[in-house]
Write a protein that binds this ligand. Structure first.
Ligand code: UDP
Length: 324
């Protein structure tokens, strides 16, 4: 929201289920905010009155994919499909945020994932982890099938940065995404939990790079229409165990304490941690050639920089009163 206000003269109509992190923008005369879910009557039609619609609304927390599969599917297929149809009717350009998880249960030896070539591997129905990816993929297919809808599809690869997710027990419940969860453990002085030893690999992408990507899309509609883009940073690929080590080091530096004083990580079984039906993607490496070729976009923030930024924010935001 801040970037749109600073870089454009546009008006913003924002819809979300809460607004506590954007309070400072709500008084701006170019901002109208509506506190709601996309399922509320008339909301998607109101949104579709605007010429550009960016759909970021979704349940996207893996810990919920097993226990709340139906809610996750509604959030990631039913409501986005309604919004897409409303945009089709009104003529709006729909920029839909899908997920890198549509590549599915990628094995450890998989190479760079290409938007228009890589086969998508979905696990068995009993592995309810894939409820989210299945719903996201169906939305991609639905959007691509709607005649006369101008669309752009975005597949984010593990966006990270300040303001993301929540701290369990403070402003949310359950298990947040890996960065917030590791930050929480560090702040509480507890061992970081490595699911199945932390052997899975991810390519973490600064949310500020992701924002720049969005502005490159805004600047080149003709090149972005009817295209699906990976948005990721292959240079930031690490195993989750390596991520934990980096975060321990940065946290020790931020707090001015020795690394030895930060608890060692421990390994935990995925199903024991997340629930029955949990499964994982072992390597998620984006091919980013298309975004660079069509839009001139390339993510550039190194992992250490984004981790330091994110951890500093987490400590400032949640850390009052926590001393080591
Ligand atoms: N993970 C972990 N410990 C945690 C949280 C996550 O080892 O406390 C692992 C998780 O099993 C996955 C990776 O970290 O392999 C990334 O998890 P995240 O929740 O960020 O979402 P994903 O990338 O799987 O969609």
């Amino acid at each position: 929201m801040n970037a749109i206000l600073c870089r454009t003269k546009w008006r913003i109509f924002g819809v979300d289920t809460d607004c506590y992190r954007i309070q400072q923008y709500l008084q701006n005369e170019r901002v109208e905010f509506f506190c709601s879910d996309l399922s509320a009557p008339g909301v998607v039609q109101r949104i579709a009155q605007f010429p550009i619609v960016v759909n970021l609304a979704a349940i996207c927390t893996p810990s919920r994919y097993m226990s709340q599969a139906v809610t996750v599917i509604r959030s990631n297929y039913d409501y986005p499909a309604l919004l897409a149809e409303a945009c089709q009717k009104s003529g709006s350009w729909l920029i839909h945020f899908s997920t890198s998880e549509v590549y599915g249960k990628t094995p450890a030896d998989s190479g760079p994932l290409k938007e228009d070539e890589t086969p998508l591997i979905f696990g068995p129905v009993q592995s309810s982890r894939w409820s989210y990816a299945t719903a996201k993929l169906l939305t991609e297919r639905f959007v691509a099938g709607l005649e006369n809808l101008r669309w752009t599809m975005v597949r984010p690869f593990n966006f990270v940065g300040p303001y993301m997710d929540f701290m369990p027990g403070v402003d949310g419940e359950g298990i947040p995404r890996v960065l917030a969860n590791f930050s929480t453990a560090l702040l509480k002085g507890e061992p970081i939990k490595l699911v199945n030893g932390g052997c899975a690999r991810r390519s973490f992408t600064s949310v500020f790079d992701a924002m720049d990507f969005l502005f490159d899309v805004f600047a080149s509609p003709e090149k972005a229409f009817y295209q699906t883009f990976n948005v990721g940073n292959p240079e930031n690929e690490v195993t989750i165990a390596e991520l934990a080590e980096k975060m321990r080091r940065i946290y020790a530096q931020l707090r001015g304490v020795s690394l030895a004083s930060i608890p060692e990580p421990c390994s935990i079984d995925g199903e024991a941690y997340y629930g029955v039906g949990y499964d994982d993607s072992l390597r998620r490496l984006p091919d980013v050639e298309k975004a660079e070729r069509l839009l001139g976009f390339k993510a550039s923030t190194p992992l250490d920089v984004v981790l330091r930024e994110s951890l500093s924010w987490f400590v400032d935001h949640y850390g009052a009163g926590t001393e080591l």
